[in-house]
Design a protein around this ligand. Structure first.
Ligand SMILES: Nc1ncnc2c1ncn2[C@@H]1O[C@H](COP(=O)(O)OP(=O)(O)OP(=O)(O)O)[C@@H](O)[C@H]1O
Ligand SMILES: [Mg+2]
Length: 195
C-alpha cells in the first residue's frame, strides 16, 4: 500500500468534520474523493498534507506514519499539494513560478527521464510554453491550474494531491489538465476532489 489513511478524525474547534475517514491509494492509482459541498474533501487533503492537524488517525505513506507532521516534512516525504485556490505567484513569470517548485538539493539528482524539468512540463502543457514569460496574474483560470500542477511536478513528488482539479474550467481545458494515464503523467498517483 502506497498511501494508507486510517480512521482520521479532524476538528475545526468543536466541529467534528472528518469522522473516521479511511482510504488507500495504491502505486500507480488515481483516487477521487467525491461529495457535496462542505462534506470535508478539502479537509481530508489538508489533513494528509499537514495543513490541518488531525486529532487522531494515521497517514501512512510508504510505511511511515506522517499524521501530525508539518507540511514541509510531508512535502519532503514526497507528497505535493495543489490547493483549490491554486496559489500561483501573481508577480512572477510562468518560468519563475515553475522554478519555485524545485526542492532544495534536487539539482544534484541525476538527469534521468523521471526527473521533471521545465521542458517536460511544457511538453505536457504546451499552453504554458506560449505564456512562459507572462506574469502569473495574467493567466486564465485554466492556465493557472496547469501552472499550479506543473509547479508541483517540478518538485518530483511521488503523490500529488489536487483539490478541485477542474473547478471553473471549460470541458476543453478539463481535458488539458486531466492527469492522463496515457502520456507520461501516469507514474503519479493522484488523489483529489472531482477529478
Ligand atoms: N478553517 C475552517 N474553520 C472552520 N470550519 C471550517 C474550516 N474549513 C472548513 N470548515 C468547515 O468544515 C466542513 C468541511 O469543509 P471542506 O472545505 O473540507 O469541504 P469540501 O468537501 O471541500 O467542500 P467544497 O465542495 O465546498 O469544496 C464545512 O462544514 C466547512 O464549513
Ligand atoms: Mg473543497
Amino acid at each position: 500500500m502506497f498511501l494508507e489513511v486510517e480512521d482520521l478524525n479532524t476538528f475545526y474547534g468543536a466541529s467534528h468534520v472528518l469522522q473516521g475517514v479511511s482510504l488507500t491509494v495504491n502505486e500507480g492509482e488515481i483516487v477521487s474523493l467525491l461529495g457535496r459541498n462542505g462534506m470535508g474533501k478539502s479537509t481530508a487533503l489538508k489533513s494528509i498534507m499537514g495543513l490541518v492537524k488531525p486529532k487522531s488517525g494515521k497517514v501512512i505513506f510508504k510505511g511511515k506514519n506522517l499524521a501530525g507532521y508539518p507540511p514541509y516534512k510531508v512535502a519532503r516525504a514526497g507528497i505535493a499539494y495543489v490547493p483549490e485556490e491554486r496559489r500561483i505567484f501573481p508577480n512572477l513569470s510562468v518560468l519563475d513560478n515553475l522554478a519555485m517548485g524545485v526542492k532544495a538539493g534536487q539539482s544534484k539528482k541525476a538527469q534521468d527521464g523521471d526527473t521533471w524539468t521545465v521542458d517536460r512540463v511544457f511538453h505536457h502543457f504546451p499552453m504554458l510554453k506560449e505564456r512562459a514569460n507572462s506574469k502569473g496574474s495574467l493567466l486564465s483560470g485554466g492556465e493557472q491550474q496547469m501552472l499550479a500542477i506543473g509547479r508541483s511536478l517540478m518538485g518530483n513528488p511521488e503523490l500529488l494531491l489536487v483539490d478541485e482539479p477542474t473547478e471553473g474550467l471549460s470541458p476543453l481545458l478539463v481535458q488539458e489538465v486531466r492527469l492522463s494515464d496515457g502520456q507520461g503523467l501516469h507514474r503519479f498517483r493522484g488523489i483529489g476532489g472531482r477529478a
